[in-house]
Design a protein around this ligand. Structure first.
Ligand code: SF4
Length: 330
């Protein structure tokens, strides 16, 4: 448990959390809607500080990050809590309650574990890292001192001031862009989409390596028109931002049947009209995860599941055949 950074006193002992746009009003002894920020006698605490519920050495491709040290493994950790309300949450066991804690660590211990495992960094993933803001920041700074990086897989729902600190500390982000329609975000996610767009834009302009993921749920966010608008908006930032269009499976409170693979392929080919690197996620078909040179078509990175083979990609992230920059951090 550690004192939170972003909050203010609204009235005696009643606090307003200012970490994310929900701006929870938190009475003494209560938590905000993410469950992870608690008012204890008029002081706000991050109650999941250093509490790990998941711990693994994963391929970086599993985050998914396809253009960031491809073929590398990274120490990946998750805690508990989330600031969104998705009815189709794929990780609800750790996002909607405080499950069994498998390990308690301080930032320096976690960095030490990463070094012992020859990991090039630490990935904050599985649940929403924003609700562990202080631990994420402290660990990222400790990691940086030891010459390793930190990255996060996030919904991007955070206030502007903490976001400023985050983009200075984290080297890569996979950000969920869960759909395009405002109504979809409001009704099914419980937040205004513009907060997510702001985070994506800020991260890209700050030089953070950014990849995006859209989970496609049949009937909710699978229209071609939505994908055209989403891809056009992403391309307005950079055509090189990788987009992962991912298949959904029923989970938590949603019983909608799984996304048909054809819908994923349709949306991928729509997005490819605007973006250079679009990948199908949660699909076993071959070649949907390969990276090809946008200039000459050479196979730069071949992926089959989490098996990665570097092809015509040089050590500086360029195509060996034509020299085109492939927007890959190597
Ligand atoms: S971080 Fe948690 S407590 Fe703070 S405003 Fe967001 S949901 Fe509420």
């Amino acid at each position: 448990m550690k004192q939170a950074v972003y909050f203010e006193e609204l009235e005696e002992d009643v606090l307003g959390c200012r970490l994310c746009p929900h701006h929870c009003r938190i009475e003494p002894g209560k938590t905000g809607i993410c469950l992870a920020r608690k008012n204890m006698r008029g002081m706000l605490y991050s109650s999941n500080y250093g509490e790990l519920t998941s711990f693994a050495i994963d391929p970086v491709e599993k985050k998914p990050l396809y253009h960031f040290y491809p073929g590398s493994e990274i120490l990946s950790v998750g805690s508990w809590g989330c600031n969104l309300f998705c009815q189709f949450c794929q990780n609800w066991e750790i996002s909607k309650s405080r499950p069994k804690i498998i390990r308690r660590v301080d930032p320096e211990q976690l960095v030490e574990i990463a070094l012992e495992n020859d990991s090039f960094g630490i990935a904050f993933t599985y649940n929403e890292p924003i609700v562990s803001f202080e631990f994420l920041l402290d660990t990222s700074r400790a990691a940086s001192k030891e010459g390793i990086i930190s990255l996060m897989v996030t919904n991007g729902v955070i206030e502007e001031e903490p976001l400023e600190l985050l983009v200075q500390s984290v080297r890569a982000m996979n950000i969920d862009l869960k759909g395009w329609k405002e109504d979809f975000y409001k009704e099914h996610i419980g937040v205004d989409k513009r907060h997510v767009l702001r985070t994506i834009e800020k991260a890209v302009r700050s030089g953070v390596h950014v990849e995006l993921t859209t989970l496609i749920i049949p009937g909710l966010n699978d229209s071609t028109d939505d994908m055209i608008q989403e891809a056009q908006w992403i391309a307005s930032l950079s055509e090189d931002i990788p987009l992962h269009i991912t298949r959904y499976f029923p989970n938590y409170k949603t019983e909608i049947p799984p996304t048909p693979p054809e819908a994923i392929f349709r949306l991928c080919s729509t997005a490819r009209q605007y973006l250079n690197h679009v990948y199908a996620g949660n699909i076993s078909a071959s070649e949907t995860g390969d990276t090809k040179c946008v200039e000459c078509g050479a196979l730069l990175i071949k992926r089959r599941g989490y098996s990665v083979t570097i092809g015509e990609l040089d050590d500086e992230g360029r195509c060996k055949l034509c020299g085109k920059n492939a927007a890959v951090v190597v």
